[in-house]
Design a protein around this ligand. Structure first.
Ligand code: PLP
Length: 382
């Protein structure tokens, strides 16, 4: 382990500001006392700002997958029908989570590297569909489902709930939960919120509550009705929360508010543009079609003749820069770079510079400085 830590350019977890890390060292408190209630209340209030919702937001002590499971197991009863556009590993997981719940899962196949549009999903929707479940930012392919507002509208036309996995995007791209009619939105602490891993946040609309209250098969630990009782009546969580992580999230959300959501999203967009420009200037190709490119996860095809593992380990060993490999059938074919959280010109330029050098050393001809120059231009530094 490097003394000064790694530059974590993974698609999560991501770099965490010192301020957030230090917050975890504060003395522990009990979770049934006024100190926790005050902390919890502030977190929920600031989370509502990040989600752009007036709805309840729950902070769960679990990773993002737990948040998705919580949402689906509260809304769905065995036998319910759900529609899930599948375009990568995380949408596959969402479908599998619903299947294990006993739901009838209708998958809409979408080519990896692109995202669903209304016309693709429409034939699968009818009045018996309980929910449309969508991964907004498919982290395994670097794709954002930009048509989410139109898909949510479509779901509403058929009386279906809209459940959105926004684990790798909330706080890093546009996602007005209430305005777009999203009934349940899930995110994780360790991505665009720039907080350590271990917490999931879940928003629940009034319409979703109706389905949840009617559900006779709610899980015990993740029962949202019980969580609502604790949240509304006592400002507490039903079970012991990971208090140090709550401290961290409190600080991370305070930083988000200080910066402002709009500015933060624009910063992610600017840094993503710099990454994509650098990728092109280096003679590489981004994996997704241009219209679906994510601004929080940059998926890049590994050029022929270059070993993706060798590339990632050169980045790590030589520069201390961590980037992600591919997942599922893309394991060797792409590398993925996180453009999340505290992302700024500094992280972009260090990563691009390291990538240029390592690619050259592995035999791929990159003109010296080409990527960095293109990135700097997008960042307004040239
Ligand atoms: N959904 C998406 C879109 C993700 O990117 C991830 C993690 O990368 C998850 C779900 C699962 O989150 P976790 O690994 O925190 O359980």
């Amino acid at each position: 382990m490097r003394q000064d830590g790694f530059l974590i350019m993974l698609p999560g977890p991501t770099n965490v500001p010192d301020r957030v890390l230090r917050a975890m060292c504060k003395p522990l408190i009990g979770h049934r006392g006024p100190e926790f209630r005050e902390l919890h209340e502030r977190i929920v209030e600031n989370a509502r700002y990040a989600f752009q919702t007036e709805a309840d937001v729950f902070v769960l002590t679990c990773s993002g997958t737990g948040g998705v499971a919580c949402a689906l197991e509260n809304v769905l009863q065995p036998g319910d029908e759900v529609v899930v556009p599948v375009m990568g590993v995380f949408s596959e997981r969402m479908a599998e989570t619903a299947r294990r719940r006993g739901a009838k899962v209708v998958e809409v196949p979408v080519a990896w590297g692109s995202a669903p549009i209304r016309e693709q999903v429409e034939p699968f929707m009818h009045e018996d569909v309980k929910a449309l479940c969508l991964v907004y930012n498919e982290t395994s392919t670097g794709v954002i489902a930009r048509e989410l507002p139109a898909l949510a509208e479509l779901a509403k036309e058929h009386g279906a709930l809209v459940v959105v996995d926004a684990v790798s995007v909330l706080g890093g791209d546009v996602l007005p939960v209430d305005k777009w009619g999203i009934d349940i939105c899930i995110t994780g602490s360790q991505k665009c919120l720039a907080c350590p891993p271990g917490l999931a946040l879940v928003s629940v609309s009034e319409e979703a509550w109706r389905a949840i209250e009617a559900n006779q098969h709610r899980p015990f630990y993740f029962d949202l009705v019980r969580a609502r009782e604790f949240l509304r009546e006592r400002r507490e969580t039903p079970f012991t929360p990971a208090i140090p992580l709550f401290y961290a999230l409190d600080e991370a959300l305070a930083m988000l508010r200080e910066e402002g959501l709009e500015k933060r999203i624009e910063r992610h967009a600017r840094c993503a543009r710099a990454f994509y420009a650098a990728v092109e200037a280096m003679g590489l190709r981004a994996f997704p079609e241009p219209r679906w490119r994510s601004q929080t996860v940059i998926a890049v095809e590994v050029p022929e003749g270059v070993d993706s593992r060798a590339l990632r380990s050169a980045m790590k060993e030589r520069y201390g820069v961590l980037i992600g490999g591919g997942m599922g059938k893309l394991r060797e074919r792409i590398v993925r770079i996180g453009c999340m959280g505290i992302i700024s010109a500094r992280e972009v330029l260090i990563t691009v510079g390291a990538l240029e050098d390592c690619l050259r050393d592995l035999g791929f001809p990159v003109e010296a400085g080409a990527g960095s120059e293109a990135a700097k231009r997008e960042l307004g530094l040239l």
